[in-house]
Ligand binder design. Structure first.
Ligand SMILES: CC(=O)SCCNC(=O)CCNC(=O)[C@H](O)C(C)(C)COP(=O)(O)OP(=O)(O)OC[C@H]1O[C@@H](n2cnc3c(N)ncnc32)[C@H](O)[C@@H]1OP(=O)(O)O
Length: 169
């Protein structure tokens, strides 16, 4: 594992990946399977988490992911990911997914946005501390504020479910 600094700028681990979709990635309707997109989202976010934290990181959760438009075979799908927020050992990674239609030149289509929480782990699979992400501009600061809102909702939802189960027991 590399030496891990106390903080890293958000641009340090940002990553873009482009993928040309193929026939074998389709669902029964003939459009690209949502699971193919989700696998690539998880992979891209995992690389960002590993680069930011300087070592292995595992997917802890993925927020609701809304598919806005179908992706067609041959479309070029772009995944852009960065660390939005850091806790002690967890990181929220935001992934924006856009597509260029294979048969026309036009503005990129917004396919989906996903937010994933990764936890950096040590050799025993135990959470380890991550560098704090340093937002570099207003957009990064907006992403960090919104990530904090999502985290507080995740924690509140988890606590409400635990309380409800304990109340029912
Ligand atoms: C890249 C891949 O494909 S990995 C394969 C799929 N993923 C996995 O197999 C992961 C399996 N899960 C695990 O190993 C564990 O649950 C871990 C490492 C994620 C968390 O371990 P825990 O013992 O629960 O850790 P702990 O309770 O100390 O929490 C550690 C951090 O994880 C965060 N966390 C734990 N569970 C969740 C969750 N469901 N959603 C969001 N964050 C979570 C905590 O908030 C905490 O964050 P912080 O350190 O920034 O405050």
């Amino acid at each position: 594992m590399s030496d891990v600094p106390a903080s890293r700028p958000s641009s340090a681990a940002r990553l873009s990946l482009s993928h040309i979709t193929a026939q074998h990635e389709t669902n029964l309707l003939g459009t690209v399977h949502g699971g193919v997109i989700m696998t690539l989202v998880d992979s891209v976010a995992g690389v960002v988490a590993a680069r930011h934290s300087g070592g292995p990181a595992v997917t802890a959760s993925m927020d609701e992911m809304v598919f806005l438009v179908p992706v067609r075979v041959g479309d070029v799908v772009h995944f852009t990911a960065q660390v939005n927020w850091t806790g002690r050992s967890s990181m929220e990674i935001g992934v924006r997914i856009t597509a260029d239609r294979w048969d026309s030149v036009g503005p990129q289509v917004h396919v989906a946005t996903a937010y994933l929480v990764f936890v950096a782990v040590d050799a025993d699979g135990q959470p380890r501390q991550v560098p704090q992400v340093e937002p570099e501009n207003d957009e990064d600061r907006r992403r960090m504020r919104e990530a904090e809102i999502r985290r507080s909702h995740r924690l509140a939802r988890r606590k409400a479910i635990i309380d409800s189960r304990e109340g029912a027991a």
